[in-house]
Design a protein. Structure first.
Lengths: 782, 160
């Protein structure tokens, strides 16, 4: 009796090398004759470059070369933006190394190549750059004013777009209740633990680039387009990659420049960023101003929702920059039914580091907006926040349901997840304690926050991406190779960086082919091995890449069936496949998949016209997204004397469809929830009035530590996805999307008796304390 | 250039080093001990934590010359006879790592905190690991792993 692998909490195959230090981080790699690159970066937010003199650096011992942007201008091209979201979107020229003008602090203006990193760092000091300051543009609203200084000649507006569904005017006309709020999604720094690193080498004919990237395949194409080096002469390898969270879903200046520098010098060059360099120049996340208006009936039923976003693009459009806020365009309406919906977004240039994908990418912003509004609606109507949600959400018997924004949700059960969360949380008891503390005027107030989220996973169906003007498809590639000894080699186009693909894919293949989990290896992250791929982001790996592997397994079995029928002298239709063996129905006669792999290898007795291999490839392109959902409940204690928030308990019940490995799912939720809590309470990228980033180190940018975070209680409900054969929905971003509004709703709930109906994120002790002081002073005024 | 003698994972090295060379760069770039990674430049993240004469240090904040005459143990030297240290095993069993970049430092810090308290509470573990940052796990399973590791190390001591 074979144990089913899918659904088992398998310990990860990846762990051994990570736990014993036998890792292949890009910075660990070395090549004979390798040189080290360092970049000199702009200290000005906006300036004209009037002179760069690298000669002082070139003369220093150990320095092999030094270049300015001008030196590379003819060959460096422009960094790509692959998502021209509208016909008239402004995509400014974006030289990897600035030539005439810098537009954010940290932009590279020169580089040094030396025999070791210490000498390279010394040599940076010997480069002279003259700048003619230009005005910094930092505030999005001011940037849109007609008299604002310009970031680019074409102006500060990158694009704007409007989507309307239903009669939005009618929904708001005579609405008994209208809630209007403006929320700020602060700028965040993704902060993967592994800083970026790039190693480029050439034999004079072709090029290999090792890089800490989520997207080796996309990068290869983009490097070819950007540099003119033919695609078939470029190999990109993402070795062990230490986290990404969207920040390594990018075609970076440093990747392009290292490739070009290897070509110039004819020797391998490596660049490894420092954390402070990374905080300045790894793309940032979020940074939106959200203006929301919600119209409702007196009983809490939603009539319509208007969303107006201003989104900070930063100084340039990187790979997906303009599209990120639009990933939330169809998600503000969330799990709720309504008559009408309007969404507008304006992308704005500022003299800051560009923004791009960060865990959730557009959906956390949307979920935060609507879930905060639902709590505000509940408060306005003096209703329980869950009751107002119940009155509006799609009931489980209504699936599949096409929402006001046009997406069709295939499955879900919001009632079940909520009921389970309520019982784990002890909702009624906590409400009673809250009432008691309010009555007593306890200086430590209890707040309860609710978030009943959904999101769209599995980026993405190629047709839908095309309709959205995305520059590529969203399919994924999988390959299954049967080795002569019966072992299995799986190749996936998904490029993991901590998600455990090797383990999960092994579980899928073990069940599909009936081979032992231990007999499967999974290869990835190298364009010379996995020759096709669309890589890892948007919670797509399992629900797109995992399905591609499953489909390749089906093809292996189809081939094996033909061979088995030949060897067993029966019709293929007489064979049944069970636990790795093709058996002639009703007999003991059969062939294992391993025997068939060997028979294909020897090829001594193949049917006419049959190839000598069972190996198969498949590409999977889903027809639609998948829609995980769940109910997260958070209880916080807010000390009204110090402003400090402590999370007392956190319950998350998520419905992510069928689960391959519950251990990995649990880990994804733990980490995702932590990152969402971090946005709610701790993290913010802060620029000063001159456009200097103040949060360049981990001492200033507050990644939460173990001491700052709670344990969380997890459970699941299961409504299988109907959009893929595994029934899986994706889990990579769910925790982050759900938890930020749960925490902020809890903080606001604690403070509502004090007349507070919002606290800007992150809800630091200072912000909470100031909000309380302001309300107290207002109360004292006559 | 000063000459130092340092033992790393049981092997003694004699090296001429610049006075400014960081211990972590000595380990990674001179001795090939790349198991110890670098996650920041302000000693906040703890990824580079190693044992220096039995106590945990952040090797980005120690000069190589300060390690002269010292015994350094890195994540690569923790196991014995090819078997993982109980704390490494506990991290595996509890799924306390995802990308794994913080893991070497986290394991070292976890072992170090047990010197002060062999049976730490959840609170003690959370406070004790405050100097080691992880972006993937939310620390939930790390806390569980340290508890499990502590139990197994305690049993190893009591049965030996």
């Amino acid at each position: 009796m074979t144990v089913q692998e899918v659904g088992r909490p398998r310990r990860r195959k990846e762990d051994t090398r990570l736990l014993t230090g036998r890792t292949q981080w890009t910075d660990n790699l070395s090549r004979p004759g390798m040189l080290h690159v360092m970049f000199l970066r702009s200290p000005m937010a906006h300036a004209r470059i009037t002179r760069v003199d690298v000669s002082g650096a070139r003369d220093l011992p150990g320095v092999v070369a030094a270049f300015s942007g001008q030196d590379l201008a003819a060959e460096q091209g422009s960094l790509p933006c692959a998502w021209p979201v509208t016909e008239d979107v402004v995509i400014p020229d974006h030289p990897p190394m600035a030539v005439t003008e810098v537009r954010y602090v940290g932009e590279a203006v020169a580089c040094v190549i030396a025999t070791d990193r210490y000498r390279a760092a010394d040599a940076l000091d010997a480069i002279e750059v003259d700048y003619e300051p230009l005005p910094a543009v930092l505030d999005m609203n001011e940037a849109l004013a007609p008299d604002s200084p310009k970031v680019h000649e074409a102006g500060n507006k990158a694009y704007s777009m409007q989507i309307t569904s239903g009669d939005i005017e009618a929904a708001f006309r005579d609405a008994p209740v209208v809630i209007e709020r403006t929320f700020t999604q602060q700028r965040l720094i993704p902060s993967a633990m592994e800083p970026r690193a790039v190693l480029a080498d050439t034999d004079g004919e072709s090029y290999t680039l090792w890089t800490s990237s989520q997207i080796p395949h996309v990068l290869r194409v983009m490097l070819a387009v950007t540099t003119g080096i033919p695609e078939h002469k470029i190999r990109v390898v993402a070795p062990d990659v230490g986290g990404g969270f969207g920040s390594k879903l990018q075609v970076t200046a440093e990747e392009v420049l290292c490739l070009l520098l290897a070509r110039r010098i004819g020797r391998p060059v490596k660049w490894t960023e420092s954390r402070s360099e990374g905080n300045l120049t790894v793309h940032h996340g979020r940074d939106q101003i959200q203006h929301l208006r919600l119209a409702a009936d007196a009983d809490g039923r939603i009539r319509g929702l208007r969303v107006e976003l201003i989104a900070d693009m930063g100084a340039y459009l990187l790979l997906l920059t303009p599209g990120i806020p639009l990933l939330g365009a169809s998600m503000f309406n969330a799990i709720y039914k309504m008559d009408a919906y309007a969404f507008g977004c304006t992308g704005v240039f500022t003299t800051k580091m560009p923004t791009d994908a960060y865990r959730g990418a557009g959906r956390p912003e949307a979920t935060f907006g609507i879930e905060r509004m639902m709590d505000e609606l509940a408060a306005e109507l003096r209703m329980d926040p869950l009751e107002v949600r119940r009155r509006n959400w799609i009931r489980h018997e209504e699936f599949p349901y096409t929402t006001i924004s046009g997406l069709t949700y295939d499955s879900g059960n919001y009632e079940a997840a909520t009921e389970r969360a309520l019982s784990l949380f002890g909702y009624d008891k906590l409400r009673a304690e809250q009432a008691d503390r309010r009555d007593r005027g306890d200086p430590v107030q209890l707040g309860i926050g609710v978030s009943t989220y959904t999101e769209m996973c599995g980026l993405a169906p190629s047709r839908l991406l095309g309709e959205g003007r995305f520059g590529a498809g969203g399919w994924e590639h999988g390959e299954v190779r049967m080795l002569p000894t019966g072992k299995v080699e799986v190749v996936t186009g998904s490029s993991p960086h901590g998600q455990g693909h090797v383990t999960s894919w092994s579980q899928i293949v073990a069940d599909a082919l009936g081979v032992p989990f231990e007999d499967i290896t999974v290869l990835h992250g190298d364009t010379a091995i996995a020759h096709k791929g669309m890589d890892t982001y948007g919670s797509r790996s399992l629900v797109v890449g995992g399905i591609a592997v499953l489909k390749a397994c089906e093809k292996v079995k189809d081939k094996a069936r033909v061979l088995a029928a030949h060897l067993l002298e029966c019709s293929p239709d007489d064979l049944e496949f069970e636990a790795g063996t093709f058996k002639v129905r009703g007999t003991d006669s059969g062939k294992t998949i391993q025997e068939l792999a060997f028979a294909a290898f020897t090829a001594h007795d193949l049917p006419d016209g049959v190839e000598a291999r069972l190996d198969s490839v498949a590409t999977f392109d889903p027809e639609t997204y998948s829609f995980p959902h769940g109910t997260h409940l958070c209880a916080v204690e807010v000390d009204t004397e110090t402003g400090r928030t402590r999370i007392r308990s956190y319950v998350a019940v998520d419905d992510i469809g069928k689960v391959i490995n519950p251990l990995i799912v649990e880990g994804q939720l733990h980490g995702g929830i932590a990152q969402g809590i971090a946005q709610a309470l701790f993290e913010e990228a802060v620029y000063d009035a001159e456009g200097n980033l103040l949060t360049t180190t981990m001492a200033d940018y507050l990644l939460p530590s173990a001491a700052d975070l709670p344990d969380v209680t997890l459970d699941r409900t299961e409504s299988p996805a109907t959009s893929n054969p595994l029934g899986a929905k994706g889990v990579g971003e769910a925790g982050t999307i759900a938890s930020t509004p749960a925490v902020v709703n809890a903080v606001v709930d604690a403070l509502r008796p004090y007349g507070i109906d919002d606290v800007r994120m992150p809800c630091t002790p200072e912000r909470v304390w100031r909000a309380l002081q302001e309300r107290a002073q207002e109360g004292e005024r006559p | 250039m000063p000459r130092i003698t340092v033992t790393v994972d049981g092997v003694t090295y004699e090296e001429d080093v610049e006075p400014r060379l960081l211990l972590v760069h000595l380990l990674r770039e001179r001795l090939g001990k790349t198991g110890t990674p670098i996650g920041c430049d302000t000693s906040n993240c703890g990824a580079c934590t190693v044992m220096l004469d039995g106590k945990s240090v952040k090797s980005c904040s120690v000069l190589a010359v300060q390690a002269d005459g010292c015994d350094v143990v890195t994540i690569e030297g923790l196991g014995t006879n090819g078997a993982m240290h109980p704390m490494q095993r506990a991290f595996h069993e509890e799924h306390a790592l995802q990308c794994g970049y913080c893991t070497p430092g986290m394991v070292m810090a976890a072992i170090d905190l047990l010197r002060d308290d062999p049976e730490p509470s959840e609170e003690t573990i959370r406070q004790g690991l405050e100097g080691n940052l992880c972006r993937c796990t939310g620390y939930c399973n790390i806390v569980r792993a340290v508890r499990r590791g502590a139990q197994e190390m305690g049993q190893a001591v009591s049965t030996s």
